[in-house]
Write a protein that binds this ligand. Structure first.
Ligand SMILES: C[S@@+](CC[C@H](N)C(=O)[O-])C[C@H]1O[C@@H](n2cnc3c(N)ncnc32)[C@H](O)[C@@H]1O
Length: 205
């Protein structure tokens, strides 16, 4: 996983060109890209609303793509220099680097992120926000990612994930994880729900 600070000038996301970028990325690697289009504004805002900017620490975004949720997080009050963006697609990494100066970019596999973050001494983690296409991974791997991320997180900090499916894509034991979910966001293509997971306090060490 390569790490470098983002220093280029800010450029606001442009919906039309981002749709084209996504279509291209999806045609080249559908399972990694996970969607033909970036999330819409309603979903991006709902993801950001699940984060409390007052919790101190970094906000880790897994699979930021072209950065629509990143922009919503900044609009919510998370300063760009609190963001750690973990993205596998090199073209999206280049775009994110140009758009979000001050954020830290980790180009690579989000499933390696907990170990990389720990090794780099990044933290405390105030929230993990994920747009990863989880269906391409085995349920056990999804669950491991959730637990490894939450173990890095500050008490009460959430792991936030959207899904186009009605049920949680991460199998969770109610004894370990508390979860809540948004209503269906019908204005997104495809309609989606936002899940928020937290470790029960007694589980957090
Ligand atoms: C469904 S798109 C969501 C993009 C963006 N968050 C949004 O809502 O528009 C999934 C994103 O996750 C990235 N991705 C998929 N697997 C990944 C992995 N293992 N590590 C890092 N990024 C990954 C894809 O390249 C893509 O940018």
């Amino acid at each position: 996983m390569t790490e470098h600070p983002i220093t280029d000038a800010f450029a606001a996301p442009r919906a039309g060109s981002d749709a084209l970028r996504f279509l291209r990325a999806w045609a080249a690697a559908p399972l990694v890209t996970g969607a033909q289009l970036p999330s819409g504004r309603q979903l991006a805002r709902a993801m950001a609303a699940a984060v409390d900017p007052a919790i101190p620490g970094v906000v880790v975004e897994l699979g930021p793509g072209t950065g629509i949720i990143t922009g919503a997080l900044i609009a919510r009050g998370v300063a760009a220099d609190r963001l750690v963006l973990v993205e596998a697609n090199p073209a999206f990494c280049t775009l994110l680097a140009a758009r979000y100066p001050g954020a830290q970019l980790m180009a690579g596999d989000a499933y390696q992120a907990p170990r990389a973050l720990k090794a780099a001494g990044v933290g405390p983690v105030a929230a993990i926000v994920s747009g990863l296409p989880l269906r391409t991974q085995k349920p056990r791997r999804r669950q491991c990612l959730l637990l490894e991320c939450l173990k890095l997180a500050a008490p009460g900090a959430p792991f936030v994930q959207f899904t186009y499916f009605y049920n949680s894509l991460i199998p969770v034991s109610d004894a370990v994880i508390a979860s809540d979910v948004s209503p269906v966001l019908w204005r997104n293509l495809w309609p989606a729900r936002v899940w928020r997971y937290r470790l029960h306090r007694r589980t957090q060490t």
